[in-house]
Design a binder for this molecule. Sequence first.
Ligand code: NDP
Ligand code: MG
Length: 389
Amino acid sequence: MQETKKRQIAILGSTGSIGTQALDVIAAHSDLFEARVLTANNRVEELIQQARRFVPAAVVIANDAHYEYLRDALADLPIQVYAGPDALCEVAQGGEVDMVLTAMVGFAGLAPTIAAIKARKPIALANKETMVVAGELVNALCHEYQVPIVPVDSEHSAIFQSLMGESSPIEKIILTASGGPFRTFTPAQLADVTPQQALHHPNWDMGAKITIDSATMMNKGFEVIEAKWLFGVSPEKIQVVVHPQSVVHSAVQFEDGAVKAQLGVPDMRVPIQLAFSFPTRLSSNFERLDWWQMPHLTFEAPDPDRFRCLALAYESLRCGGNMPCIVNAANEIVNRAFLEGRCRFLQMAEVIGQTMEKAQFIKEPTYEDYVATDADARRIAADILTHTS
Ligand code: NDP
Ligand code: MG
């Protein structure tokens, strides 16, 4: 890495689980990295604290109701304060920004990611929903603007690391899954699980939305889609393997039968740091694997009958077009509804499945089609939910 200029990083979603861990990495390597842009949606107090500590050039609060409060709180510092979704796109394109970490949640990540790519900013991709919704379009733009994407999602970082130094074809990707908190639950038990139970992930401490997605295994379905677009591998070559200990973060099998995996203690700061420093590895004081205290590593097949969301994600990938976008939108609706006690656990997959049947299918969607599909599918899913609850 160049010693002379610090890498200027825009963190979109700095107040979240990934965002705060990214700031830990920046603080630990303040000689190499600087937080250039910080953004949040509603957690304005956290954003103010971060801004006072890291003094970025700009901050954005996506929900503009908080704008004046934020501006006044930072008035004594040389920080530009903006509000609204369009401002997210503008700051991601800022001249000094060297890399954009997409750490916001949901479909809202798509527009700023595209804006950053068009400004030729390398992407550290956490916001998997962007690839789920519009992976083909994002890939085409990355190709056109010659922009690299470095994955932050732990599985995709593991695959990326397994591919470092390799140019031979991939025979198979082994995408590991913890199985979430309900891995061993029977359908009868699943029917009654609560948001509190679902929020208690066995291995990872993450934002609420992805934690619920992990409990339904929609998260793993999304990761299959993400892997397809990031690594150019067809879905039949992506095998989901349930590995409850989350030590093997994922693996790649090559045509000679060799399998390369990346292992480690579950800690998102490892892939975040690698994305920031790539192609170099930096030192860290993160916890190391203790081979003598290692849990037994076990592997089992996923059960798409109990975890129907996983099957729906595969189905959307087979359909192609805007179907994954439909699934993502419906999932955002039921995920929120489940968290708020307005949807039962198993009902989530039912609503998503019905939305897939009702929403208009578009074989070759444009960006505008994705935006319209997202809005439509949300409306349809919300409607189904109201009429079946
Ligand atoms: P969190 O919910 O913890 O944080 C989300 C961040 O995005 C917050 O800063 C939030 O602001 C902001 N945000 C939420 N909605 C919007 C919006 N509409 N517009 C702009 N900003 C918004 O999520 P995570 O950090 O857990 O996840 C972030 C992304 O990374 C997701 O796509 C997730 O799938 C992915 N990911 C996360 C992992 C993890 O370990 N957490 C692992 C792998 C991938 P505010 O705080 O104000 O609400
Ligand atoms: Mg993951």
